[in-house]
Design a protein around this ligand. Structure first.
Ligand SMILES: NC(=O)C1=CN([C@@H]2O[C@H](COP(=O)(O)OP(=O)(O)OC[C@H]3O[C@@H](n4cnc5c(N)ncnc54)[C@H](OP(=O)(O)O)[C@@H]3O)[C@@H](O)[C@H]2O)[C@@H](O)CC1
Ligand SMILES: Nc1ncnc2c1ncn2[C@@H]1O[C@H](COP(=O)(O)OP(=O)(O)O)[C@@H](O)[C@H]1O
Length: 497
């Protein structure tokens, strides 16, 4: 996992690197600027591009100054530096770099009043106003400047983080923020890059390696972790040479209703594709023909037969919810499952029913996986104004009750029993279509049935789900949930070979 750092931890990593390598803060700024321009030159190779570099008073501005000098060395011809220090707070590193850049034949302007703002139309603005040192919302002149930058029509490239966006913590949508086409961020993405409220500020980001001590970074006691393919390869076990269907568990899918039978079929098919040894579906009998036609490998059990704990004993793991409908029957079934003593996944209407009977939340057994999207989450745990607060609530619950929450989103967050947050990097907008969540449930259930630890099943399931979609999105604009499910075996093959 890639440990994501808070601003304070990143500063500690800076200081550690400075001590260990016996360099100065100014050297680190040079290194950061060098890493920035290397990536910038790949993204924007045209040396005749008009580039306005807006520099604030702190180290972010200092980066901007060195970036300007380095771009000049790389033969970028049309560079103008704009110094912005409305509050008279220029920091020591900024002053050192200003002295350095003044020796070069570069156009440097001081932006005394916001109305002096200028930018080349269709050019590039490199925005180095504020980075991770932002400690309050930007007011007055800064807010006006940001509005002008955003309206300029230029391509905006932010250094480290768009000015106005906090690196971590609640993102207030009313705060002024630079709307960057691209952010070139140092060493690690900032935690808030993965929160939906950052969408206005960030169209895309890439990471510039500034060679901070990785060992030190990975040792930090952090809450947020970015999942990598390597992590998943370590978790997934290849199928054994001497194995049979009994080796890979028996999954029970409790899903579907007259008008939402497809949800049950999607979850069951994903469960098959993700490798459960046996899959049984408890669906309304009206779906039997469809089940037998579409998924002949899946067995059927009448829901009525699942009436007590003993009737659930032969299953290795149980997943309930997709398309079940909100009814007393569903609620009763969920109550029964909470007492089944089996690895359990609750999704969709199973969660909606729990939301109607909140006392049951306290009875959710340790190790259970809940897979809500934002609305289902808020129905269960209360309304939230921001994603940051939502994650805080999820962490409180998972630590207290020892269950696992998969909070679905563009970057899905899996919150484990210790309150750690694992951010899934796979997935894309082509997935924004009904039925995707049902497929995710089926994949995670299959992994649970195969004996994976709940949090690992959840993290791995999300990764496979998004990865299958990413593969399809290489040559198609939209993806059906059933196509995504059919792509799972190939993804599993690639992850285990
Ligand atoms: N390891 C790395 O990642 C490395 C990172 N590096 C770079 O350092 C950057 C962080 O630099 P930084 O700490 O100097 O903070 P920065 O963002 O320039 O702002 C500080 C200034 O802003 C002011 N200020 C704050 N909020 C304000 C507000 N709302 N309205 C008005 N003013 C406000 C604050 O003054 P204050 O208000 O606190 O008195 C202070 O003067 C980081 O993003 C990256 O670019 C590399 O150089 C090296 C390796
Ligand atoms: N733009 C996107 N980027 C990444 N993942 C997405 C995107 N849109 C949807 N998804 C994924 O699709 C799934 C949707 O789940 P859900 O809303 O429960 O769907 P449904 O109820 O239709 O089955 C989630 O796993 C989510 O992460």
């Amino acid at each position: 996992m890639q440990q994501l750092l808070t601003t304070e931890q990143m500063r500690a990593a800076d200081q550690h690197t400075i001590r260990r390598e016996q360099i100065t803060e100014n050297d680190l700024i040079d290194r950061a600027a060098g890493a920035f321009v290397s990536l910038f030159a790949v993204e924007y190779p045209d040396r005749n591009l008009a580039i306005d570099i807006y520099c604030g008073p702190g180290n972010n501005g200092a980066d901007g100054l060195v970036i300007a000098g380095l771009l000049q060395q790389m033969d970028y011809q049309r560079l103008i530096i704009h110094l912005c220090d409305f509050d008279g707070k220029a920091q020591p590193a900024f002053l050192v770099k200003l002295e350095w850049v003044r020796k070069k034949k570069l156009t440097i302007r001081s932006l005394g009043v916001v109305s002096d703002f200028e930018a080349f139309p269709n050019g590039i603005i490199i925005e180095a106003l504020f980075g991770s040192g932002l400690n309050k919302p930007l007011a007055r002149e800064w807010a006006e400047l940001i509005a002008l930058i955003n309206q300029s029509g230029a391509h905006i490239v932010s250094v480290d983080i768009p000015a106005g966006l906090p690196s971590e913590g609640v993102i207030n949508p009313d705060w002024p923020v630079v709307e960057a086409e691209l952010v070139i961020s140092f060493q690690r993405p900032k935690i808030n890059f993965f929160f939906p409220e950052s969408a206005t500020a960030i169209n895309g980001f890439i990471i510039a390696d500034i060679e901070l001590d990785e060992g030190f970074i990975q040792q930090q006691d952090g809450v947020f972790h970015l999942v990598t393919e390597n992590d998943i390869k370590q978790i997934i076990k290849p199928r054994k040479r001497f194995s049979h269907k009994g080796t890979y568990g028996h999954a029970l899918v409790i899903a579907g209703h007259e008008d939402t039978m497809g949800a049950a079929l999607l979850a069951s098919s994903a469960c098959l594709y993700a490798g459960a040894g046996l899959t049984t579906a408890a669906i309304p009998s009206s779906g039997l023909t469809a089940l037998n036609t579409a998924l002949p490998e899946v067995m059927y059990v009448p829901s009525l037969r699942l009436s007590d704990k003993a009737s659930l004993q032969s299953y290795s793991a149980i997943g309930a919810g997709p398309g079940l409908g909100k009814s007393t029957e569903t609620l009763n079934k969920v109550s029964l499952l909470l007492d089944a003593g089996k690895p359990l996944l609750l999704d969709a209407d199973a969660l909606n029913c729990l939301a109607q009977e909140k006392t049951l939340l306290e009875q959710i057994p340790a190790g259970t996986i809940l897979t809500p999207h934002m609305k289902e989450f808020d129905n269960l745990f209360g309304k939230h104004e921001s994603w940051w607060e939502r994650i805080e609530t999820a962490r409180d619950w998972t630590k207290r009750k020892q269950f696992v929450i998969v909070l679905k989103n563009q970057y899905t967050f899996t919150i484990n029993e210790q309150g750690k947050v694992f951010i899934n990097p796979t997935g894309n907008p082509a997935m924004a279509q009904g039925g995707m969540g049902d497929v995710l449930s089926g994949i995670i259930l299959a992994l649970l049935a195969q004996g994976y630890h709940p949090a690992q099943a959840a993290i791995t399931g999300c990764y496979i789900h998004g990865k299958s979609a990413d593969k399809l999105a290489r040559c198609q604009a939209t993806i059906r949930a059933s196509e995504l499910a059919a792509g799972i075996p190939q993804i599993l093959y690639e992850l285990t070979k």
